[in-house]
Write a protein that binds this ligand. Structure first.
Ligand code: GLA
Ligand code: ZN
Length: 667
């Protein structure tokens, strides 16, 4: 049986050669069997144009493989070297004002630059050729975190030309484009594709945070930019595939939104991502981390890897909190619970120079094993015994939330209300669901809905006739659909529908949105229903129920007594319409009603604050992972006899979890 991959991101080029053997030994001692290397090493792999030097990496890989450590090799294109930038400054990305984004950090290149594409192909080809026989290489990583540091959208001449071509392919005829974008507005009619602009700096810019350009143009530019990354990645994949059969991935970011990750990952063999729950810029709740893991699993409907997992305090100029004893272990198990099949910690050892001197890893700058190393070692030993249980296991989810990048971008451009945030709404539904102890798949609208009892499409704004038919079919056959305010109000080209709201969802929801009210300056409106009360503070749709039944009404303002939340039977299924934002308690309760009506059973135990449960299935076996995210111990009532699979202990009635503790129970 194969062992689960467990490892670290390793930069041998940052350390003297005589340390490599020591590193490999220390790695082996904590059951590390994989490292990622190479992804920023272009200047060392090709110190001058056409002069290649792979010896150092061969040597490092050799030492590692003597310790049974496998390798993920990264293509180094996230960091174009100085000689290349000096020779071809035209490869640099440009900002909205046309300024080059220069050398000095990383990701300073344009995906659409033909020159950069040529150099990319060359270095990737050379690497693929060189490493093709190396049996310890078990995966390739393309580039590094596409789009990071706001590098998805570029405003250079290459991008302008490619954008025009992209539009021509999409619309064929310029009149079609004019119609879709509505360029009659403010005399923006284009007579040919050669006249098209990029949405660069213009007159109404910067009055507030909104973008004043035509919404059709903007959305197409966002789509084009995302597609450009997909194409750039494909160019590298094609090159590698000529020489190698090993699987190819890219390291995604959990909460990154400028690239359509569903599209990007179609060309990849598997998804991996970089998980930093607590760093200089961000402290993610465990629910948000869980949602990111679930999205990563949903992208290819397949288990994934964590290519970079936080293992120390981290930041660039200042540091986030130091992971407390037990947290590194907990984060690894949380990833595994949600579908990770490999964990690589970032980074093996903190670097003494460069922008990321403060990004601590398993080892400190002095390279001496301490608490974090020993925790990694403990996890390594535990996981080596659990491999069989984890590999090819599945999360048992009967609920899906649809995340759409097109919808996200449309909402980002025009959020309807300054407090509205599409991702925030999705996260609130997600949190409300997992607070009820159920698992959720994060999927795209293209994914099949058939296996789910309940599908959520929060604020699914942009619609097509095809999606409408798909959704109707699903509900007709017995599915439960949950939609919210701002669902179905726009066409896929980002223009507003002339259908009566909720537009594309009117028929199945059995309601009409008579009016709506965007709540500003702290206004609140009371909601009454499901034996509870809360208030909306962002948006209220005032609903006329033709066929639907009312579950909650407004309790204040001029629409007091009118419907706020409804449910409608359609075919064998039902459709819930939630016309306003809700507070978390009300949400949790409403979601419980919706899922239990749909026949979904929540996991045992009943929800405990700060404790996450994930039910998993491996072949015919089921096991429950219980994760205590609290900094205090908890005693969880599980009402029955189980075997705890990490310790082998028999659990009877209740399980005791240490602060940040984990248990895996088999029925
Ligand atoms: C990202 C990158 C890494 C490193 C870490 C820390 O996840 O992929 O190269 O920069 O962040 O900043
Ligand atoms: Zn460009």
């Amino acid at each position: 049986m194969m062992d689960l991959y467990y490892g670290a991101d390793y930069y041998p080029e940052h350390w003297p050669e005589n340390r490599w053997e020591v590193d490999a030994e220390l790695m082996e001692n904590c059951k590390i069997n994989i490292v990622r290397v190479g992804e920023f090493a272009w200047a060392k792999l090709e110190p001058a144009e056409g002069e290649y030097n792979f010896d150092w990496l061969d040597k490092a890989i050799d030492i590692l493989s003597k310790h049974d450590i496998n390798v993920v090799i990264g293509t180094p294109t996230a960091a174009p070297p100085k000689w290349l930038v000096d020779k071809h400054p035209e490869i640099l990305m440009r900002d909205e004002k046309g300024h080059p984004r220069g050398f000095g950090t990383r990701r300073h290149y344009c995906y659409n630059s033909p020159v950069y594409q040529k150099y990319t192909k060359e270095i990737v080809k050379k690497m693929a050729e060189h490493f093709k026989g190396q049996s310890s290489i078990v995966a390739w990583q393309i580039d590094n975190e596409f789009g990071c540091h706001d590098t998805t959208r570029c405003y250079c001449e290459n991008c302008l030309q490619k954008f025009r071509k992209w539009l021509k392919e999409k619309y064929g005829d310029i009149d079609e484009l004019n119609k879709a974008w509505g360029t009659i507005f403010w005399s923006q009619i284009y007579r040919s594709f050669e006249e098209i602009i990029l949405p660069a700096y213009t007159v109404c810019d910067s009055q507030d945070h909104s973008n004043p350009h035509n919404p059709g143009l903007m959305l197409d530019f966002y789509r084009f930019s995302s597609d450009s990354v997909v194409k750039y990645q494909k160019l590298q994949i094609d090159e590698i595939k000529k020489y190698s059969l090993v699987p190819i991935t890219h390291n995604l970011m959990g909460h990154f939104d400028q690239i359509d990750y569903f599209d990007l990952s179609k060309d990849l063999d598997f998804v991996s991502w970089d998980n930093y729950p607590n760093n200089q810029w961000n402290k993610a709740s465990y629910q948000l981390t869980a949602m990111a893991h679930d999205l990563m699993r949903g992208i290819k409907n397949k288990n994934f890897w964590v290519m970079e997992e936080q293992s120390g305090p981290c930041g660039w100029s200042v540091m986030g909190d130091t992971p407390k004893p037990g947290q590194i272990r907990l984060w690894a198990y949380q990833a595994i619970a949600h579908g990770a099949e490999a964990i690589l910690y970032f980074r093996w050892r903190a670097c003494t120079f460069g922008t990321e001197e403060y990004w601590y890893g398993i080892l400190d700058h002095d390279g001496i094993p301490r608490r974090r190393y020993y925790e990694v070692q403990q996890v390594g030993r535990e996981l080596s015994k659990l491999s069989d249980l984890i590999l090819d296991s599945r999360v048992v989810a009967q609920i899906a939330i649809v995340k759409s990048y097109d919808n996200l971008w449309s909402h980002e451009l025009q959020p309807h209300n300054s407090n509205f945030d599409y991702n925030g709404l999705i996260a609130q539904y997600y949190k409300g669901l997992i607070a009820n102890n159920v698992s959720v798949d994060m999927i795209s609208e293209e994914c099949s809905f058939d296996k789910y009892k309940v599908v959520f499409m929060p604020a699914f704004n942009l619609m097509t006739d095809e999606i409408q038919s798909k959704v109707e079919e699903y509900v007709k056959n017995g599915g439960v659909l949950v939609i919210t305010f701002r669902s179905g109000t726009r066409n896929w080209d980002n223009s507003i529908t002339t259908k009566t709201l909720p537009g594309y969802f009117k028929k199945i929801s059995g309601i009409e949105v008579e009016e709506f009210d965007s709540l500003n300056q702290g206004r609140k409106v009371i909601i009454n229903g499901i034996d509870s009360e809360c208030s909306a503070s962002i948006w209220c749709d005032i609903l006329k129920t033709s066929e639907a039944e009312t579950l909650a009404t407004y309790g204040s303002d001029y629409y007091k007594g009118k419907s706020a939340i409804t449910v409608n039977n359609f075919g064998k299924g039902r459709v819930y319409y939630i016309g306003c934002d809700l507070d978390n308690e009300f949400m949790k309760k409403l979601l419980y009603i919706i899922i239990s009506d749909a026949g979904i059973r929540t996991n045992i135990p009943k929800s405990v604050k700060g404790v996450e449960t994930v039910l998993k299935k491996k072949d015919t076996e089921r096991y429950l992972m219980i994760l205590n995210h609290n900094s205090y111990p908890v005693n969880i009532n599980v009402g029955g006899k189980y075997k705890e699979l990490i310790t082998g202990d028999i659990i009877d009635g209740s399980v005791y979890l240490l602060p940040f503790g984990v248990a895996i129970l088999r029925d």
